[in-house]
Design a protein around this ligand. Structure first.
Ligand SMILES: [Zn+2]
Ligand SMILES: [Zn+2]
Length: 139
């Protein structure tokens, strides 16, 4: 499901998708894309700073913002992500008290080390947010 949402990404550097659920129901989705009304990477090119494209709003961030606009109580939510969230998204996920994070693909963000964590997983656990890797179901 996160992979399907990721297909809508307009940043070619990374197709990322996020799906947020409450009690098994999808309440929000997000993909990497520019803020409304601004140019998209696929048309105007990425703007890369320190190895990260700064034009797009990240999938996780977009999913959280939409849920927040709906007034969702975050501690009951599970955020499913196609990739382990980057450091910037991690900070927002922690501050919004998301209940749990389930990711599909590993993604290493070296910024973690600057803050004393070996990976984003350590940082989530330090903030008491459950984080687990979802293995694709083989059918
Ligand atoms: Zn981009
Ligand atoms: Zn991110």
């Amino acid at each position: 499901m996160t992979e399907v949402v990721a297909l809508r990404s307009s940043c070619p550097r990374m197709a990322v998708g996020a799906v947020m659920t409450v009690q098994g129901r999808i309440i929000s989705t997000g993909y990497n894309g520019s803020p409304r009304g601004t140019a998209h990477c696929e048309d105007a090119g990425c703007i890369v700073t320190d190895g990260h494209c700064i034009r797009a709003v990240h999938a996780e961030h977009n999913a959280l913002l939409f849920a927040n606009l709906q007034g969702v109580s975050m501690h009951e939510t599970i955020l499913y992500c196609s990739h382990l969230p980057c450091w910037e998204c991690l900070k927002i996920i922690i501050q919004l008290h998301v209940g749990a994070v389930c990711y599909h693909r590993s993604y290493r963000d070296n910024r973690c080390e600057k803050f004393g964590y070996t990976s984003q997983i350590d940082a989530f656990r330090a903030a008491c947010i459950d984080v687990f890797q979802e293995y694709p179901v083989m059918i």
